[in-house]
Design a binder for this molecule. Sequence first.
Ligand SMILES: *Cc1c(COP(=O)(O)O)cnc(C)c1O
Length: 399
Amino acid sequence: MKTGLNHLFIPGPTNVPDRVRMAMNVPMQDMRAPDFGELTLPLFAGLKKIYRTKSAEVFMLPGSGTGAWEAAITNTLNEGDTVLMSRFGQFSHLWVDMAERLGLNVQCVDVAWGEGVPVEKYAEILKADTDGKIKGVFATHNETATGVTSDIAGVRAALDSAGHDAMLYVDAVSSLGSIDFRMDDWGVDLAVSGSQKGLMLPAGLGILAASQKAIAASKTCTTKRCYFDFADMMNLNSGGYFPYTPPTQLFHGMRESLAMIEEEGLDNVLARHTRLAEGVRRAVEAWEGCSLCAVNPKWYSDTVSAIVVPETIDARDVISMGYSRYNTSFGSGLTKLAGKVFRIGHLGSLNEVMCIAAIGSAEMALADAGARIELGSGVAAAQAWYRDAAAQPIKMAAE
Ligand SMILES: *Cc1c(COP(=O)(O)O)cnc(C)c1O
């Protein structure tokens, strides 16, 4: 019998705060009512703040992050177009796979899993592309499979230094609202996200921001599309409406989650993710024989840590022990990393003590799976860090 809380430490879906859950408990409503925009229009405005964009269009597409990937591609790229992508984990892999299946000519740079977007290589390739064959440059901001965050400003700089005109496509599914993301400053043209990660909502919405350049491209793009067509969406979104029945419950939830982010202050939300992540990293460092999959601190992700277990044990056992004995869900090692890695998702509605619980649970599960780690070593390392961090004053947005 499981009592108490299930401890959800996967990198999405994340914990939905009670405030958000309760906000969604409302009767069905008329999505063509004259006042429907009062619910939806502020959401577009709120999302723009999180994307840090003034000029982009934001779409809320029924679906998930993967649907928003597809919307980004089919609205702006034609079959046979050449795109530059890189692959260093399961999510960047799936994006390449989608681009190929949609008929793009993918120039893919394969990178070791544990590293990120190869900015220098991108710069070289873009410089060499003097006749502008490359129409899109793709970058996975936070590779959730390996816990690696890439340098999107660096990708923008690579484009600029080559004087290259390609559009910049960023997967921000597991970074938006949790890791610094700057749509306008970084000149991002299409930025994909979803509802169930940093935005602390149930799954069900693909979120997409498109620059004016991307919107202009969608007007001449001839790729067949219908459900996710930008023009249909924009036509109705401007009044707060949708071309088909939208998930109003999620909108009520989003109104609350955006309010929570606003109250805490986006900068504070980002700083909290860094603080919580650092505690997890210190715990991993304290665990003998364990290490992060991310090979360099510049790539450490503040939303998910992929933890390489000692070779003598199977990470799948850690995950199953965590779930069956301690009521804790950890993320699994995906494809290549199966058995080698388990992941602690630390994004969304979380605090220090919740992370301590995850670390303590992981220690028990690691020991049960046969790892010779010292119980309490990671917890102690994280406690020391969180105590130090708590002693620093935190500036609240409301102050
Ligand atoms: C979760 C995730 C996706 C897929 O999103 P879905 O909402 O599951 O379709 C894509 N990219 C990254 C980086 C993710 O973390």
